[in-house]
Ligand binder design. Structure first.
Ligand code: HEM
Length: 466
């Protein structure tokens, strides 16, 4: 039964509650239909657990920003909490250990990569390797599936561990296996395990999941040990060195520890690879099938970069159309459609409804990214959504693929830099063509925690040297 004055929602089945809405074929469509019936703040039962779903810009801002701290917790009793031993930053509850680590991660990203040129150089280095492969494929058709993962995986990997891997390196292949984790943990069985306590007592967590986590952890431990031997205090080379410096300063009250370091590496690698790679795959799917948009990007790129060796992140200020296209891609990609589950940290209210402390919260990101009234063309792919009448780039408030408030994604700047540099560099060098024999493009996204386009091929042609 719903708690007193709780948001309304559909009737619940015994045992399963409304779980079928989330584990059926198209959970996002189901959530959208429920919004139409019950409004922007409604509730569901996952098993017997009441959950509130938040929709639309107004409610999202009120919950995540105005009342940010009330909604900034994370559920602590899911299988992934247990498997990651309640450490790391993504699943950590709203407490001082989370706060200290979030601040540290953000600061390290800034001083290490984004404040200086190093992250930009690293992205270009990775692109250099990709271009070698693409040059060999000019005039042919290739699958970009692995290619974008290789770039984003190596960029974050170098930031964390200080090295990159060759694309065919066995270790790299082994490390990248961790990325399958997001797909595995978003399978229906995991939700059933999390929300039906009776099932929990008879079903052991999938061994595959544990193996993937343990493999990454033991790899990370060996890297940390190597770093301890080779580092020069005061001259950090990467995230691990920075963290080890923090451990040197550690006092009794500090939440920093080697176990936390391993968990940070795990979280940042996992959060920073698939998300950006899937957005890139969406970008090229749309660019190939909107050739006039691709050409207009190329005209702007050629004009702004004329005589320049390579693009810099600063160049974005002179490329309003390119910026609009990349933001429009992120809007339609809706890469992390349910964000990460939140949890209320105290009794609170939303839209006049009472929401007790400890209630799980789901953000329906599509309800903002495609909200009617917020966008000129909410349901189309159209860069005009981000351009004003003067053709200048503008970012509407409803652009929140990284969420908002205290738990907002910490990788926004890195992801934005990667998307801009990668898309611009590749469009400058190549024309991307939807293969003639590929049939009609299918824009349906596959949901597995994050959203990703179905596999597709692309044909590339070299453009004349710019
Ligand atoms: C296009 C790429 C990306 C998208 C769309 C994205 C989106 C998101 C979203 C929606 C959340 C949940 C926010 C919330 O709970 O309210 C999140 C959290 C997070 N993201 Fe990203 N992300 C991207 C790239 C990255 C990258 C590159 C990194 C690594 C540096 C990263 C690291 C994180 C972390 C650590 C969190 C947890 C923050 C916390 O709980 O305090 N993300 N991201």
């Amino acid at each position: 039964r719903r708690p007193k004055n709780f948001p309304p929602g559909p009737p619940a089945w015994p045992v399963l509650g409304n779980l079928l809405y989330l584990i059926s074929k198209d959970p996002l469509k189901n959530l959208e239909k429920l919004r139409q019936s019950y409004g922007n703040v409604y509730s569901l039962f996952l098993g017997s657990r009441p959950v509130v779903v938040i929709n639309g810009l107004k409610m999202m801002k009120e919950a995540m920003v105005t009342k940010g701290p009330h909604f900034a917790g994370r559920p602590q009793d899911l299988l992934m909490n247990r498997l990651t031993q309640w450490k790391g930053v993504i699943l950590a509850d709203y407490n001082s250990a989370w706060r200290e680590h979030r601040r540290f991660d953000l600061m390290t990203l800034k001083i290490f990569g984004l404040g200086k040129k190093s992250m930009e150089d690293q992205i270009h280095e990775e692109l250099h390797h990709t271009i070698k492969i693409l040059d060999q494929s000019a005039g042919k058709t290739l699958s970009p599936q692995v290619m974008f993962h290789n770039i984003t995986s190596n960029v974050i990997f170098k930031f964390l561990f200080g090295t990159r891997y060759e694309y065919d390196d066995e270790n790299k292949v082994r490390i990248q296996r961790l990325l399958r984790l997001t797909k595995v943990i978003n399978k229906p069985w995991m939700m059933i395990y999390d929300f039906i306590p009776k099932v929990r007592s008879v079903m052991e967590p999938n061994k595959k999941v544990l193996k993937m986590i343990e493999a990454f952890q033991s790899f990370s431990v060996s890297r940390v040990n190597e770093h301890k031997k080779s580092r020069i205090p005061g001259e950090p080379r990467d995230f691990i060195d920075c963290y080890l410096e923090e451990l040197d300063k550690k006092n009794d009250a500090s939440s920093f520890s080697e176990e936390q370091l391993i968990s940070q590496l795990f979280d940042l690698y996992l959060a920073g690879t698939d998300t950006t790679a899937n957005t890139l795959r969406t970008a090229f799917l749309y660019l190939m099938n909107h050739p006039q948009i691709q050409e207009r990007c190329q005209q702007e790129i050629d004009q702004v970069l004329e005589g320049k060796d390579r693009v810099t992140f600063e160049d974005r200020h002179n490329m309003p159309y390119m910026q609009a296209v990349i933001h429009e891609v992120q809007r339609v990609a809706n890469t992390v459609p349910l964000s990460a589950f939140h949890c209320t940290t105290r009794d609170t209210e939303l839209l006049g409804y009472s929401i007790p402390k400890g209630t799980m919260i789901i953000q329906n990101m599509m309800s903002v990214l495609k909200e009617e009234g917020q966008w000129k063309f909410p349901h189309d792919f159209n860069p005009e959504n981000f351009l004003n009448e003067q053709g200048e780039f503008v970012k509407p408030e409803a652009f929140m693929p990284f969420s908002a408030g205290p738990r907002m994604c910490i990788g926004e700047s890195l992801a934005s830099m990667e998307l801009f540099l990668i898309v611009v560099t590749l469009l400058r060098k190549y024309k991307f063509i939807w293969p003639q024999d590929a049939g009609e493009p299918d824009y349906t996204m596959v949901f597995a925690g994050s959203l990703t386009p179905k596999p597709y091929n692309m044909k590339i042609e070299s453009r004349s040297p710019q």
